[in-house]
Design a protein around this ligand. Structure first.
Ligand SMILES: [Cu+2]
Length: 267
């Protein structure tokens, strides 16, 4: 039994590693400035964990092969030569140092996203998540968002952000159903929810952020590839959660200028 188990375990380990190394199921191509660093960090973490995984599985297979039950034997319990203490200590040290190391290396990428403020020339867009759609709001020519008046939110009238039209700062605001941005320009999103917790996830941009009601959460990134990307809510937010999506449209600067003028005319 011990030998058969060792062979099966080795096959499972090899197939698992081969599938992962072939990158058959992998992330979509990176389309943001920080995405490369994030993928690099991910691969480092992955390789570190994989070394531990392979070593552990092969060790298990080797011990099963060597010390497994033999024909005609009745003794079930075997004592590990020299005791298992040093193996447990080794495993703890390996996992512990791995975690500490990843923490130190990984925090650089994390800090660049979350502890560093967005560039001063970022395009600011307010995002409002609600069951079960996203709305986007651009500050218009004055560069200022008017306040959100929750009591004025009226989806039937298309007033998703509760904009008070008599407010001069709100007057030129542009509300859209799609998130249009120019390529290679930093974008700062201000994420809000009007009801429950939601998620904001764009895999190609390597951005993912929970949206919490009562908070305005900033999130910044720089798109580097023109294209249309799915924005999905990845926090279960209710019965219609599966329908909650929108598009991020990354355009050339000229196309973006045309688009925003067109959106302004629709207000
Ligand atoms: Cu959702």
């Amino acid at each position: 039994m011990g030998k058969a188990f060792a062979v099966v375990l080795t096959i499972i380990t090899t197939v698992t590693v081969a599938i992962l190394v072939s990158r058959h199921w992998w992330f979509p191509t990176v389309a943001s400035a920080h995405g490369g660093a994030m993928d690099h960090q991910f691969v480092e973490t992955f390789v570190g964990a994989a070394i531990g995984f392979i070593l552990a599985q092969l060790c298990l297979a080797a011990f099963a092969w060597k010390f497994g039950e033999r024909k005609g034997e009745t003794r079930q319990v075997r004592i590990f030569p020299g005791g298992v203490k040093w193996l447990v200590v080794l495993a703890l040290v390996y996992v512990g140092s791995e975690i500490i190391l990843l923490e130190f290396v990984g925090q650089k990428v994390w800090a660049a996203m979350y502890f560093t403020p967005a560039a001063a020339d970022s395009l600011q867009v307010q995002v409002l998540a609600g069951q079960f759609a996203f709305s986007f709001r651009y500050p218009g020519p004055d560069g200022k968002f008017g306040p959100i008046h929750t009591d004025k939110i009226d989806e039937t009238k298309g007033n998703m952000f509760g904009i008070d039209q008599s407010d001069p700062e709100s007057k030129d605001d542009i509300v859209t159903v799609e998130l249009g941005v120019p390529v290679n320009k930093p974008v700062e999103l201000l994420l809000n929810s009007k009801d429950v917790g939601h998620g904001f996830y764009v895999p190609e941009m390597r951005i993912q952020q929970d949206i919490v009601p009562g908070m305005q959460i900033p999130l910044h990134f720089t798109p580097t590839k023109i294209g249309k990307y799915d924005i999905t809510c990845n926090q279960l937010c209710g019965l219609g959660h599966h329908t909650m999506r929108a598009f991020l449209d990354v355009m050339s600067e000229e196309d973006y200028q045309k688009w925003i003028v067109e959106q302004a005319s629709l207000q």
